[in-house]
Design a protein around this ligand. Sequence first.
Ligand code: XMP
Length: 496
Amino acid sequence: DGFSAAALFKQGFSYTYDDLIFHPGYIDFAVDDVELGTSLTRNIKLRTPCVSSPMDTVTEESMAVAMAAVGGVGFVHYNNTAREQAEIVRRAKKLRAGYVSDPACVRPSDPISRIDALRARRGFSSVVVTEDGAVGSALLGVVTSRDVDFVRDRSTEVREVMSRDLVTAPAGSTMEEAAGVLIRSKKSLLPLVTESGDFVELLCRTDLKAYRELPPLGAPSVGPDGKILVGAAIGTRDSDKERLKLLVDAGVNVVILDSSQGDSMYQRQMIEFIKRAYPELDVIGGNVVTAYQAKNLIDAGVDGLRVGMGSGSICTTQEVCAVGRGQGTAVYKTAAVANALGVPVIADGGISNSGHIVKALSLGASTVMMGSFLAGTDEAPGSFFYQDDVKLKSYRGMGSLEAMTKGSDARYLGDKTRLKIAQGVSGSVAAKGSVLRLVPYTLQAVKQGLQDLGVPSVKAAHVGLNAGAIRLEVRTGAAQREGGIHDLVSYEKRRF
Ligand code: XMP
């Protein structure tokens, strides 16, 4: 009944995830026994098969920290200067989910008006007072709104109003330890300090309350350096070699060579350079969509492959350039070659629900890379705004004119001609709350999908796919409509 993937994908069509439907298998294990552990690259294992896309409306430090906290990894975008990107990586590697990501600090000699300005710009109520007015220097006090609300003279020095009666916890405390201290202290803030008294991190009572309501997160993704795992994207130009050096100095754990068509002499030369200069660093090449392209990049030495061309929600590459492939076919064809050679595939783009993740993994991908799915979360860069009473965040393709104007043209611009041709659009997506809630719920749905398929792990899905045990077929347009919500006058769409 149905087709094996090998038989189905021989037929000469380009299938998207929505074109395909899997047959249920036999369930002989519990949903909680489904194992989502997987490989990002030849050498990097993840507990969760999800990564965030290197786009300037998706991954900066907050997203990288959150993705690592849920067991995946974030790839920091490079639509910025090399220094800015390296700084994001450096900051992300210092941060932990649940803690204030960028605590505001002032000096004791600063006027209260400086706190007012910080508050207006960044919208929080408390600041930490340190000797140098920065993280990493001696902790002297904290100022909450209670200390300054009724002080008329805003030129009063912070030292006169700050609270010195502090409860602190040692740097490096686990969340459980720090939370215990904060709760017992009945204070609203808990600074974490080194043995010599330098301020390093801040836990805040309101954040802790929100954190405690999250589903259990499990262990974060951690690199060999003992810090959270952080990835970054670079291009293939000479200037990217300098960028890479700064990223490596900042502690980046894995890099992606970012290109919409990765099977090129540029990418081959860059892979060779990186393997010579940084033999320990894992390199992901791409994007590719054919077996031939995949084989070329694997021969060039990549440790992982990024797959997809024109399937992203903001992509117009297929329309502008006439090249690409339906994402279901692209994942199957490239993974068939790559998995046999021990190189994991990242299915990049086109993920709009948990079913798409199940399909990507069951077609041979080891992880999925998401842009739009994550762009509306609290951790994505940018502020929320309202349009027609709907809470939104901006999301744009890195090949959109807006993004290219800011500098991301390396991915899409011609070599010599300076004519910009957009291969993406910019728009907005609905607010989705925190990654720390969205991803665990999504993964639970993925586990249920794999259970329905009768495969207890990502690995088992790949084995079943190769053996022809996983059966699938193509859905007609009517079957796709039937598989969605239909015949209701109205309904409420709640995720969880
Ligand atoms: P989703 O569907 O997750 O896709 O939003 C994210 C992926 O889309 C790719 N990307 C682009 N592709 N023009 C394109 O053709 C663009 O402007 C563009 N920006 C991003 C990228 O692979 C990303 O991970």
